[in-house]
Design a protein around this ligand. Structure first.
Ligand code: IMP
Length: 428
């Protein structure tokens, strides 16, 4: 929260680390909260005053009425889903129009992008990525191919531009023999959403952010997905299609690297993954089921079962390096309360090869563990580190030592209040 700086809060595993809760908690300390990558494939859950919201495209700072929220140019936005999300927040009593800016450079997810997402997944068969089906990959593909539609396009000759790209998509769909859809049905709400978006400030948000920084204001960049789903540094090809790591903050908001302040890396006290792809720590046994049940590990967007396993220090070491994480934020520690032994993955093994660095091809590796004693006590009611059971404090120190990075914040239950500061990062 240093003046004139952008702090980043990044998921540093496979997403679903609990970013929404932490951003919501952080927001009072910042002037602006901005999303820089991804789209409605995200589902950031925020719980307060007995109410639960799942945010997909709108930044999690939206519930703090005095703050400006920005959907940056690195994001992709589906007008129909955006409209649904925005209306739900407005119905709960939060006005959005003057507090939410949308970058004119953000790309639009068309109904046909979603169809293409499904068609490409179907064509991949057993090699399917297990996408959220929100059209993310095809939209970023069109962006890179320089044929995409941007938010700024909706105010000028939009019908013509839309028809052209739609026709191109329909041709590909027909080549893929993916013809079982009703385009009029698919685009009804979507076109309504396009009209709805016009009441918002469609802005050159990179100018707004840089001007705010020059005035000494502070910005929180809210990550989406996780570093291991990054298009460059994730477990390719089982990744999303955006830059979810720190470089994405610069390109996705239009800010220079020297404007980055602290980098908060958020992870859970255990691991989860949604969708297909390598996951060396995955547990297929009763322990995995227990982690899923206790942690309610079901997708916020798709409702799918999340794959569960112990914490993976090999992966965390890698993503801390890629992102330059200054502070770790450990979530859902209370999920481990009842386990006798807690395992931590310290290396990967494939045949005779053992490595503690992230391999190029993460497929086919199995986890090598060390065992730590569980604390066997409920910690969800604790609010001070001096009250932690010894075995829990040991778990924290073990991870800090292995990762050479301080755990500055931990969360021990979904409530806003259950967020405990372990290290004063404001002075570091
Ligand atoms: P896509 O982003 O919908 O293209 O999906 C690509 C991969 O990223 C799939 O394995 C998804 O399950 C995963 N994914 C995308 N968004 C999220 C998220 O917010 N949390 C967890 N996994 C995600």
């Amino acid at each position: 929260m240093a003046k004139g700086k952008v702090d980043a809060l990044l998921g540093i595993v496979f997403g679903d680390e609990g970013k929404g809760k932490v951003v919501d908690w952080f927001t009072p300390q910042y002037n602006i909260v901005a999303r820089f990558a991804g789209g409605p494939n995200a589902g950031h859950t925020i719980i307060f005053d007995g109410k639960k919201f799942v945010l997909r495209s709108i930044p999690s700072g939206i519930f703090d009425k005095g703050k400006l929220n920005i959907i940056g140019n690195g994001c992709v936005i589906a007008p129909d889903l955006f409209m649904g999300e925005a209306k739900e927040i407005e119905q709960a009593g939060y006005t959005l129009t003057n507090r939410l800016l949308i970058s004119r450079r953000a790309h639009l997810i068309l109904p046909t992008h979603r169809l293409l997402d499904r068609a490409y997944e179907a064509a991949k068969g057993k090699k399917a990525v297990g996408t959220t089906g929100k059209g993310i990959g095809p939209t970023y593909s069109d962006k890179a191919a320089r044929i995409g539609l941007r938010v700024g396009d909706i105010t000028e000759n939009f019908a013509e531009k839309y028809a052209r790209l739609k026709a191109r998509h329909e041709q590909i769909l027909s080549e893929l023999h993916f013809t079982d859809y009703d385009i009029a049905e698919e685009e009804k709400q979507w076109l309504e959403g396009v009209e709805y978006m016009k009441q918002f400030q469609l802005a050159d948000t990179e100018m707004v952010i840089n001007q705010a920084l020059n005035e000494g204001k502070s910005v929180l960049a809210e990550g989406a997905q996780g570093s291991l789903l990054d298009i460059d540094h994730g477990t390719y090809p089982y990744v999303s299609s955006s830059s979810t790591t720190i470089g994405g903050v610069c390109t996705g908001l239009g800010i220079a690297p020297n404007k980055i302040g602290r980098v908060f890396g958020i992870f859970k006290a255990y691991s989860t993954r949604v969708g297909a792809g390598p996951f060396p720590v995955e547990l297929f046994d009763e322990t995995g089921d227990r982690l899923r049940d206790i942690g309610h590990e079901y997708g916020a967007v798709t409702g799918r079962n999340r794959r569960c396993g112990w914490i993976d220090l090999v992966a965390l070491k890698y993503t801390i390096m890629i992102n330059g994480v200054t502070d770790l934020v450990m979530m859902k520690s209370d999920v481990l309360d009842t386990f006798d032994t807690i395992k931590v993955c310290v290396a990967y093994r494939k045949g005779d090869i053992v490595t503690d660095t992230m391999p190029y091809d993460t497929e086919g590796w199995e986890a090598v563990y060390e065992d730590l004693p569980g604390w066997k006590a409920p910690i969800d009611g604790l609010r001070k580190k001096n009250d932690f059971p010894k075995a829990f404090s040991n778990y924290i120190s073990y991870i800090e030592r292995a990762l050479q990075t301080p755990i500055s914040i931990i969360s021990v239950s979904p409530d806003r209040e259950a967020t405990i500061i372990l290290k004063d990062f404001t002075k570091a």
